[in-house]
Design a protein around this ligand. Structure first.
Ligand SMILES: [Ca+2]
Ligand SMILES: [Ca+2]
Ligand SMILES: [Ca+2]
Ligand SMILES: [Ca+2]
Length: 434
């Protein structure tokens, strides 16, 4: 048994050497991978207590915790806390040379459960989160990357059913409570879940007794940040994220004036300290607006991405401009829609110089008003996959600027034949490494 364990250790070390021959610091010393100043030591079955103490003494531990007693399978295991200045890798080397030690290894950091148990994912409906032509978000989840509640996204759309059971933990303005006061001092009273610019009030969910009001805003929100791993409904690209509504679409659409207000609302929140990485803009129409261009430029200056739908008329945005996705600003990302077979959706607008990449936009299941779930088609559905990817990347790379996040998204796009010559990247969203 001992020989088998040693053989396994050798294989592990050999493969590590192959994986990262030029790493600046050994993986054992990477604080993102292993607890700093801690090593696990497994002693041989035959070792005496005195021999084990002598072995541990090689690294002068400041504390020793028993992890396993070593009765039955394997010898005793201890967790040694190292004195300051002793690296994990040096301690492992020193301990490994002692005959009482079977193995010494880093105390690897493991992360929470990372396989979605959300029924729409497990039954295959949520193809946009998976492999194949999906966003590969599930691969990022498998690496323990499921988003962060300290990364915020503005949803400029209809309102959001913030009380939806798959969203209620992820929608809130942390600086605001419902008390009749403007707690965060941004000029809006009780904007706990965002602001309704269509109606000039703080009720961002108005899904009343008729129609499908707030379905669309709730749907895109679920794709960005539906609560994953809770055994319910769907999972968003981010299981944890902060969503806020900039509601400006009502039953009859919205206006440019209200869109400008909504964009500026998030810019102001960012300037006041709320860490917003992006706004999602699954809407379009109308002509060029200098006022809207200037608002998006202000968002750019505030380091906020503006992720926009390419549009659903099947036309070429290079020849017939579509707004807001065509605004030529560094923070804009324009998104086309693909189906689960990787084809450009028949309705999706495209543009070799004006549309950046494709993302899942056909048969997309997500949250809808009245605590429901439904499937929708559109570049509206593709866009929040990309916005979600921006938030996921930011969660794993907290110091990245908006433009670095954009670069990461475009750089990771997977070449896709249906998007060749029809998008800037010629590829589709791939968040697997985020
Ligand atoms: Ca406020
Ligand atoms: Ca308040
Ligand atoms: Ca309202
Ligand atoms: Ca869920």
């Amino acid at each position: 048994m001992l020989r088998a364990r040693l053989a396994f250790l050798l294989v592990t070390l050999a493969s590590l050497a192959v994986i990262s021959p030029a790493a600046a610091a050994p993986r054992a010393d990477d604080p993102g991978l292993a607890a700093t100043g801690e090593v696990l030591v497994g002693y041989t079955d035959a070792s005496s207590e005195g021999a084990r103490d002598r072995a541990a003494g090689r690294v002068s531990p400041v504390a020793v915790e028993k992890v396993a007693r070593g009765r039955g399978r394997g010898g005793p295991v201890e967790l040694l806390e190292l004195p300051g200045g002793v690296s994990n890798s040096d301690a492992i080397a020193a301990l490994g040379s002692d005959p009482a030690v079977a193995y010494a290894e880093p105390n690897w950091i493991v992360r929470k459960a990372v396989t979605s148990n959300d029924p729409y994912f497990t039954n295959g409906s949520l193809w946009g989160m998976g492999g194949g032509f999906g966003s590969q978000a599930s691969t990022a989840w498998g690496s323990g990357h499921t988003g962060s509640s300290s990364v915020y996204v503005g949803v400029i759309d209809e309102g959001i059913q913030y009380s939806h059971p798959d969203l209620d933990g992820n929608v809130a303005n942390p600086g605001e409570t419902v008390n009749g006061l403007d707690d965060d001092g941004n000029g809006y009273v009780d904007d706990r879940y965002g602001w309704d610019f269509a109606n000039g009030d703080n009720t961002v969910y108005d899904g009343g007794s008729r129609g499908r009001l707030d379905d669309h805003g709730t749907h895109v929100s679920g794709t960005i940040g539906g609560e994953g791993g809770n055994g319910t409904g769907v999972a968003g690209v981010n299981w944890d994220v902060g969503l806020l509504s900039g509601k400006f679409l009502g039953r009859n659409g919205g206006t440019t004036a209200d869109a400008v207000r909504a964009v500026d609302y998030f810019t102001t929140l960012k300037q006041r300290g709320l860490p917003i990485v992006a706004t999602n803009n699954s809407w379009g129409g109308g002509g060029y607006s200098q006022a809207l261009y200037d608002a998006i430029a202000r968002a750019n200056a505030a380091d906020i991405l503006f992720v926009a739908a390419a549009g659903n008329s099947g036309t070429n945005n290079d020849t017939t401009a579509s707004y807001p996705s065509n605004y030529e600003l560094p923070n804009v990302i324009a998104v086309a829609a693909i189906d689960r077979n990787g084809a450009l959706a028949s309705f999706s607008q495209y543009g070799r110089t004006t549309v950046d990449l494709g993302a899942p936009g056909v048969g997309v299941w997500s949250t809808t008003a009245f605590s429901n779930y439904s499937s929708s088609n559109g570049t509206s559905m593709a866009t929040p996959h990309v916005t979600g990817a921006a938030a996921l990347y930011k969660a794993s790379n907290p110091t990245a600027t908006a433009l670095q996040v954009k670069e990461a998204i475009l750089g990771a796009a997977t070449p896709t034949s249906s998007l060749t010559g029809k998008t800037v990247t010629g590829g589709r969203l791939n968040a697997g490494g985020f």
